[in-house]
Each structure stands twice: as C-alpha cells, then as structure tokens.
Write a protein that binds this ligand. Structure first.
Ligand code: ASP
Length: 327
C-alpha cells in the first residue's frame, strides 16, 4: 500500500491529428499539476487538500474546460460547477451555476465544511462565495475568444457538445473541426490516496459548449461524476447525461463494495459494459494504492503517479509515456 494520484483533463473524441501547439500546453499542464500533487502527497498533505490543490491549478489553466477556460452556454454566459468528496467521512460539497468564482472547487469545499448542506447553486452559491470572501472576478474574465469561437461553431451546427465531431443531440450534419484543429477541451478532475488509504476525489467543469442556461451535468452530482468512499475515489468525464444515467462514479465504488472486485475490474466493467461507447472516461484510485484510467472515447487527457515509482502522462492508448521525473 502506498500513495497514488491520478488526474484528467477530459475525455472525448480527441483526434490523433491534434496539432502540437494544442497538445503541448495541455500535456505540460498535466505534468506540472501531477508534480504538484506528488510533492503534496510526499509531504503528507491529506488527500482532500491534494485534490483541491491540483484541481485549482487545472482550473487556472485556460487550456482546460474549468475555471478560466470554461466553455459557454447557449446565451454566451459561463456557468461553472464542481464537487469534492472525502472517502473516509463521505463528507462532500458541490456547486453549480457559478459566474464569478475563480476556483469553483474551493467553493465546493467550503460548502462541505461551512454549511449544513451539500450542494449550492446559482444565486445562492454566488452569495455564499461573497460571504466566504473567496476570489471572484467579473464574469467577462472567463469568456475567452476561443470559447466564443467554440460556441459560434456549436450554434452553427445546432449542437451541444464536448467536442466538434460528436453531436450529443440534434442530429446535425458533420461540421469540419475548428481550423486550428482544436477539437477538444476537457473537464478536469483529480483523485488521490495516501499511504494510510485515505481517499478523496474532486472534479470541476464549465460543462458542455452551447448547453442550455441552467443545465447541470454529472460533475457536481455526487455518485455520477464525483465519488469517494473507503474503497476508492473516482472522477468521471464525458457526456454528462450518460454519466448521470449510469451513476458512473458510485457504481465503480458499489462494485468494489458489494461484489468485492478489484478497482481494475470495477472500472473496466462500468466503462466498457455499462456505459454507451464514446461517452465516458474516468480516473480512479483504490485504498490499496491501485490506479485505473479507462475511457470508451477516442482519448482522455490523463496523468498518474504512485509511490512505487510508476507514472504516466497520455492522451490516447498509443502514446503511453513513462515519465520518471515527477517523483
Ligand atoms: N462531463 C462534463 C459535462 O457533461 C463534460 C466533460 O467531462 O468534458 O458537463
């Protein structure tokens, strides 16, 4: 048994032709955030603090669909959401509909620790953020030119999407990807376990491009996109509606709890057999320090490391990279 950490920057239809200028900054961000998480675990930081720290870093990175890089609703607004959960205590917190909060994940943590509730959304969540003095900015800060372009393309094709080749609804004609080849921008998540088996999970997102205002995805829903108990911690990504229907994160934990199967078996079953192809990816760690990062999409931005010296950063299945310098 030892510590382990895994993070993701979204799963979806990520073309192998993704140009280096789009791929590199995301891989660099994964590597940097993995290092931060590894250092924190090595210095005995509790897993709950580690996942919050790593997700904050990913939220601050404009290359991912969370915090600064959040995609836009059909009204051109931003509505960010996040959830965090501690495995041992099953304490959790979640937020939705944020328009000014710089780090949604930290507000979710405050909901967990400072309120009798689990989930705050929209005006109430924003008021709570102001009360708690968390960093807020004008919502224009989150509305980047790239995301205005993404919304424009999604509207032209009349679809709601996590990418530009996989319509979620409104069977639309296939549109060519963005001229810069940037076809994927992903939700972020992190799971961690320390050498005592304490587990935690955190996920944060801007949701789907061109989503309806008010739409809530899987990310903040405990048991769908985010879950942790004494067996494992799970953070999912992909098409939120499919992940909610499949109660993906909780089902992984339930299989371990009630069927006694390994993390690998549980995650493989949920991703390969229980959720429609092309809809989901997840990162998970078990109390024993095992790691699983399966997906049934084309790819998933992901990274992991464990105490035994193993680490990897990858997008597709063919590009597995061993990196030893994160330890
Ligand atoms: N699951 C997120 C959502 O549906 C999107 C993603 O994972 O990229 O809101």
């Amino acid at each position: 048994m030892g510590w382990a950490i895994a993070l993701h920057g979204g799963a979806g239809d990520i073309p192998l032709s993704l140009p280096p200028d789009r791929r590199q900054p995301r891989e660099d961000a994964l590597r940097r955030c993995l290092r931060i998480g590894v250092e924190a675990l090595k210095s005995q930081m509790p897993p709950l603090d580690v996942v919050e720290l790593v997700v904050r870093e990913l939220e601050n990175c404009p290359h991912y669909n969370a915090g600064r890089g959040s995609v836009l609703t059909s009204k051109g607004t931003v509505e960010m959401e996040a959830a965090i959960m501690d495995g041992n205590t099953k304490k959790c917190g979640a937020v939705s509909g944020l328009t000014t909060v710089v780090n949604a994940i930290s507000l979710a943590r405050l909901v967990m620790e400072k309120t009798p509730h689990i989930y705050l959304a929209f005006d109430g969540a924003e008021e709570f953020a102001k009360e708690q003095g968390v960093e807020t900015v004008d919502s224009s800060h989150f509305i980047t030119p790239e995301n205005i372009e993404r919304l424009k393309q999604a509207k032209e094709a009349n679809r709601v999407q996590i990418d530009y080749t996989q319509p979620i609804q409104n069977d639309a004609k296939k549109e060519p990807p963005m001229p810069n080849g940037d076809t994927q921008l992903g939700t972020v998540g992190c799971v961690a376990v320390d050498s005592h088996g304490n587990l935690a999970s955190a996920t944060s997102t801007g949701g789907l491009v061109n989503k309806m205002a008010g739409r809530i995805g899987d990310t903040p829903l405990i048991g769908a996109g985010t879950y942790a108990n004494e067996f494992c911690a799970v953070s999912a990504t992909g098409k939120g509606e499919a992940i909610i229907r499949g109660t993906v994160a909780r089902d992984v934990a339930a299989m371990m709890e009630f069927k006694g199967v390994s993390l690998e078996e549980a995650t493989k079953c949920i991703v390969e057999e229980r959720t429609p192809k092309g809809t989901v990816g997840l990162v998970a760690v078990s109390a024993k320090g095992e790691i699983a990062m399966p997906y049934n999409t084309t790819g998933m931005f992901r990274a992991c490391a464990s105490e035994d010296g193993y680490s990897e950063i990858a997008i597709w299945s063919s590009d597995l990279k061993e990196v030893s310098d994160v330890h």
